[in-house]
Design a protein around this ligand. Structure first.
Ligand code: SF4
Ligand code: FES
Length: 249
């Protein structure tokens, strides 16, 4: 099958970028977006041209590194699916792909489709972890957390840190991402011990790097992990809980 690809080309962070259009004659419906870029890059290299830089690692929806804008939508036309799992066979009659880096002020472009998402890492560094003495390993049959609670924690832990929610938000907010981290840890026994300190640190760092939330809800419509919109409310709830209690746990 034949597709046209309009790709953002930008040699480095300081250079101006522009779209360049390519035609790929040997695409197949089984190809993912990353396969398409691999094939196009093979042709560009064979022609002595610079390949298109893009991020990828697991290519199975786990690592969150592959995010890009596809036809103006984070990750691509298939809802709630990371770019590496977006396949041409699901695109219907779409034969023109416009590929851009994730568009958000907090994600500066490094090169072509690659952005610097270390602003998300800074949120995790601020509080997306547990730093308490957890003591000895518990007995295997000792259930500290009931099944429903651990399932809830796992649902929020599914966030892969791709940044699509930020790119989808008109304000460039990271509330869905931050809420997923807060609610994941707040549900667990060890996470509860630092709940207040975490809420203060993590929301403060989020506000330093990202925009405010106006509850548009665009974030949840693109999230490949299916993080629900109530994670956004969780950010406010955890911050309020800290401000009323005025203590670190
Ligand atoms: S909340 Fe969803 S869209 Fe946002 S970083 Fe996590 S997985 Fe990606
Ligand atoms: S390459 Fe890992 S989620 Fe897409």
């Amino acid at each position: 099958m034949k597709i046209t690809i309009e790709a953002w080309r930008q040699p480095d962070a300081d250079a101006p970028g522009t779209f360049e259009t390519y035609t790929l004659d040997d695409a197949t419906p089984e190809m993912s977006l990353l396969d398409v870029l691999d094939r196009l890059n093979d042709h560009l290299v064979a022609d002595g041209r610079e390949p298109i830089a893009f991020d990828s690692d697991c290519r199975e929806g786990v690592c969150g590194s592959c995010g890009m804008m596809v036809n103006d939508r984070p990750h691509g036309p298939t809802p709630n699916t990371p770019s590496c799992r977006q396949h041409l066979r699901h695109f219907g009659d779409i034969t023109h792909l416009k590929l851009e880096p994730l568009r958000a002020k907090s994600f500066p472009v490094i090169r072509d489709l690659v952005v610097d998402r270390s602003a998300l890492d800074r949120v995790i560094e601020a509080g997306g972890h547990v730093a308490v003495n957890a003591g000895q390993a518990t007995d295997a049959d000792d259930h500290l957390v009931d099944h429903d609670t651990s399932e809830t924690a796992l649902d929020y832990a599914a966030c892969i840190g791709c940044g699509a929610c930020v790119a989808a938000c008109p304000n460039g907010a990271a509330h869905l991402f931050t809420g997923a981290k807060l609610l994941h840890l707040a549900a667990l026994t060890y996470g509860k011990r630092e709940r207040g300190r975490r809420a203060r640190a993590i929301t403060g760092q989020m506000e330093a790097d990202f925009g405010p939330c106006s509850t548009y809800g665009e974030c949840a419509t693109v999230c490949p992990a299916g993080i629900p919109l109530d994670a956004v409310a969780g950010v406010n709830r955890e911050a309020l809980r800290f401000s009323f209690r005025h203590k670190a746990d």
